[in-house]
Design a protein around this ligand. Structure first.
Ligand code: ZN
Length: 309
């Protein structure tokens, strides 16, 4: 079993103001973790720039061009109270998109078994035409469309275990029966979407909201009763993971109580479905996770599971 790790130093150049939780140090701690001996067998590649052709399958060209043009030469441009463009942001997000699509290619071509893309900013809050919640483009959605367009996949499942609901991914695939979007998230919490009754026009949206204080046992129950059977029955040709680690007990932005072994568990469960339905094809893309220690240890558990099952 081989696991690909996709990174790029451009991910460090998306600047946010002092005190902002979504910061370059998130990637620095992951870089340090993946230097450990136990990760020496990772296949490593640099993220290429995302292709315009891939991006505009999800986000309209005029929106993409406007955001590229809005990227400042110096200073910061505020899109909303917590979403910003800095001089390095556009390059960072293009590498995040390119890294996700490249990871899909390597997995689809059978060069590796599965992959983890450690780039920033995150993407799952970005809607078709609306960047928000630290997210500038929706790289998981772009990767799903890329997989369908390039490899003719009929069904792609996206599992989002970030503590926040991926309103952007849900909006993008709301009426699409070829992409299943599943989410566990704390509720109530930003952005406010993700109720059980939000099922999409094709009944391929599956939301399992959790409550403040819920721990791994309740997370597992929600996965086992609400989500894993649905993904299994959907029989996906590829599983994408919106891998946010802010449901970790240490995270400052939310109040779920997951620990490293919970992230390893859910990873193995998703791999088991992928083994049955799509030759084990799993591509995981970093979303949130704002406590540096919790992020590092839970991402390490996640990637160890991808490497060893
Ligand atoms: Zn989050």
């Amino acid at each position: 079993m081989s696991t690909l790790l996709v990174t790029h130093p451009a991910g460090l150049n998306h600047a946010t103001p002092p005190g902002h939780p979504e910061r370059a140090d998130r990637l620095r701690v992951l870089d340090r973790i993946f230097e450990q001996e136990k990760f020496s067998h990772l296949v490593r590649d640099l993220a290429p720039l995302g292709e315009r052709e891939d991006i505009i399958r999800v986000h309209p060209a005029d929106f993409v061009d406007a955001m590229g043009e809005a990227t400042p030469k110096e200073g910061l441009v505020r899109i909303d109270s917590d979403t910003l463009l800095s001089p390095g942001s556009w390059d960072a997000v293009l590498r995040a998109v390119g890294g996700a699509c490249f990871a899909v290619d390597e997995v689809m071509d059978g060069k590796v078994h599965n992959a983890f893309v450690a780039m920033r900013p995150p993407g799952h809050h970005c809607e078709t035409r609306k960047p928000m919640g630290f997210c500038l483009l929706n790289q998981v959605a772009i990767a799903a469309r890329h997989a369908q367009a390039k490899y003719g996949l009929g069904r792609v499942a996206i599992m989002d275990f970030d503590v926040h609901h991926g309103n952007g991914t849900q909006e993008i695939f709301w009426a699409d029966d070829s992409v299943m979007y599943c989410s566990t998230h704390e509720m109530p919490l930003y952005p406010g979407t993700g109720a059980v009754g939000e099922t999409g026009e094709a009944n391929t949206i599956v939301n399992a909201p959790l409550r403040s204080g819920d721990d791994g046992a309740i997370f597992k129950e929600a996965m086992e009763t609400c989500i894993l059977p649905r993904i299994s029955a959907f029989s996906p040709d590829l599983i994408l993971i919106s891998a946010g680690f802010d449901a970790h007990v240490r995270d400052p932005l939310a109040s779920l109580r997951l620990v490293d072994t919970d992230f390893a568990w859910v990873t193995r469960e998703l791999m088991a479905i992928a083994d049955k339905t799509c030759k084990g094809r799993v591509v995981s893309v970093l979303e949130g996770g704002y406590d540096l220690e919790g992020l590092a240890s839970s991402a390490a558990a996640h990637v160890s599971a991808l490497m060893h099952g």
